[in-house]
Write a protein that binds this ligand. Sequence first.
Ligand SMILES: NC(=O)c1ccc[n+]([C@@H]2O[C@H](COP(=O)([O-])OP(=O)(O)OC[C@H]3O[C@@H](n4cnc5c(N)ncnc54)[C@H](O)[C@@H]3O)[C@@H](O)[C@H]2O)c1
Length: 464
Amino acid sequence: MRTEFRIEQAFLIFLLVAKSNIDTIDSIIRLIMTLMTSHVFANTQMQKVASVFRRSFQSSTYVNEKVLAVLYPDPLTGFPPKYAREGIPAIKRYPDGMLTPTPKAIDFKPGELLGCFSGELGLRKFLEDQGHQLVVTADKDGEGCEFEKHLEDAHYVISQPFYPAYLTRRRMEMAPRLKAAITAGVGSDHVDLSAAMDRNIDVAEVTYCNSISVSEHVVMMILGLVRNYIPSYKWITKEGGWNIADCVQRAYDVEGMKVGTVAAGRIGLAVLKRLHPFDCELHYCDRHRLPKDVEDKYNLTYWKDWKDMVKEMDVVTLNCPLHSETEHMINASTINLFQKGAYLINTARGKLCDRDVIAKALRERKLAGYAGDVWFPQPPMEDHPWRTMPFHGMTPHTSGTSLSAQARYSAGVREILECYFDHEEIREPYQIVTNGKLAGAGAHSYSEGNATSGSEEAIGKVDK
Ligand SMILES: NC(=O)c1ccc[n+]([C@@H]2O[C@H](COP(=O)([O-])OP(=O)(O)OC[C@H]3O[C@@H](n4cnc5c(N)ncnc54)[C@H](O)[C@@H]3O)[C@@H](O)[C@H]2O)c1
């Protein structure tokens, strides 16, 4: 122990001396950080020293930083696309009064396709004008992928939950200079939060940027399943199809149904508000109870335990983050709590549910329908059972990446980067992990732990 401590102290002194020589710093950083994260020195003390080192350079004049963004591939129909509309409505504040992103400027037109490879989140000009480097890739899975190749000297990783670059502990070890993982969207479970805390890597997301977008998708999916929309659409697109009885044999009204959301954060509450005019019975559970005036206004019934709530519900919608407590919350045992003929909507995260349990519950008609846009892994393998199970209304992970949402999260990522470059604190609600601890939205909505398990195996299986 004493020897290790002396080695660490000696390293620190050496690093602080080295800091004064900016010209040779790049090679010194590489050498030392590689040593520090190698197996020889891979203990918690050394990782803490590494993080002090990294942060000391954050406030130095060393400005040429590498931003590594993983974005989904361009449309098969070509980029840029032919847009359906000229632009999007300007939204200045979210429903709780919080301002939408406020970067100093943007270099894109709101409504453009920014979330794909060529869209680059509209960041290139901003970064390169300041002397930073932007690397964008869509090659994120499997050993030797572009994402892994660029981790070595990346300072910031940007990833979208729709096409997640799983940032596991192993991958963090490949990124000795990483300061922050930024989620262009909401939901940072693709990052091993425990490892980020241990290595003092900040994790931030653009809280609220797409919460309303998702709530609209949830309402669409509830109506779609209950009213049997997709099968009816399919009947009419068949040549001469007019099979009313085939369409309506599984069609109901949501009016009068009991609808319950597991979590009533930004998305869950927005779902409840949107369903209120449908005259359903509205229920919710959450670790944080809503204010009484909100419960009264929307006539909400609060449940302490989601397991009690689902027993009573016709429709259940999952709107909590994926973290150590919620992983596989719907499993072979808890599926039995649901009413026969219940509908389940999950736009939160695929791993909240056991994949095979859901497929089986539909086949056995325990559930009347399942819809959502979140899978595990993403993209899912060709033979993922959710592609072909009966009575489903799945989409790829699109709800939070409408063109409207993209404008907000691209601006939000820029706002976060501006703060990091200017050594200013990012907005508190954007913080998930700060200085080695859950913070901001992270402290409110997540539990400590890691929900990336299985992603290493999943990404290893990807055919290239
Ligand atoms: N499909 C998409 O495109 C998409 C987009 C945005 C967010 N999401 C997912 O939805 C989640 C919620 O987003 P949000 O904007 O509402 O976040 P939020 O932070 O506003 O709300 C999350 C809520 O979950 C509650 N919660 C956490 N753990 C819980 C538990 N064990 N039991 C009950 N409640 C619990 C929290 O108290 C909080 O109120 C995100 O974390 C993400 O996983 C999906």
